[in-house]
Design a protein around this ligand. Sequence first.
Ligand code: GLP
Length: 246
Amino acid sequence: VLEDHESASRHVAGLLVETINRHSPDTSGLCTLGLATGSTPLSVYENLCRRYQSGEVSFQGITTFNLDEYVGLPPEHPQSYLAYMRTNLFDHVDLDRSKTHLPAAHQIDDSHSAEAISRRYESEIENAGGIDWQLLGIGVNGHIGFNEPGATIDSPTRLVDLAASTIEANSRFFESTDQVPKQAITMGIGTILKARKIVLLATGAAKAEAVAAAINGPVTSDNPASFLQTHSDVLFVLDREAASAI
Ligand code: GLP
């Protein structure tokens, strides 16, 4: 538990830099990161960009997989998660763009089913050797990625409907609630739990209940983040407000 959003974000960025440098091309040569979107990790990415510019870290040799992508937004839409990743990280660091991945939700059409696109994403993760280090945020209803309440512990990458509370929460990024996509492709809980290390960042009082239920409550589909209790290497990085109900 750290003081505020900035110090929690700085801490997570520091952990990421350590992880990347431990796996730098002169050592094992491979590091696969799982990345998250939303407003919470923005300062983490800002911090990483600064550390890249100062020569503290290089992303050469790094592969990334994002948790999720909206269905129904073209990739160039400013609120697509691809646009978010480009704007906040990919365009500012030396990541090899062919090694960055998001679910290709914009490719869904008559000949490309969401199931096929989801299966392909799972295989890409497996072929990359699995995820070494997964960053997560948490929704006010305990969702991780877009695994809304009701998601099962072994769920794979798949097409999901967004909960009404998620559409409402994310409407702040759109002109109106009507414009918020109603579906997404998300890594499943099963996919997330295969990551070797998981770091969940949550800040602000709005997340306090979801965080407390995830840590102290029963392991239940009602709070998908509670499934993290079954993983052997999970770290919650919180500010005081997000930790206030634990
Ligand atoms: C979004 C994302 C999640 C994110 C969560 C919280 O909808 N799909 O990955 O963790 O909701 O978002 P925020 O950080 O903006 O509160």
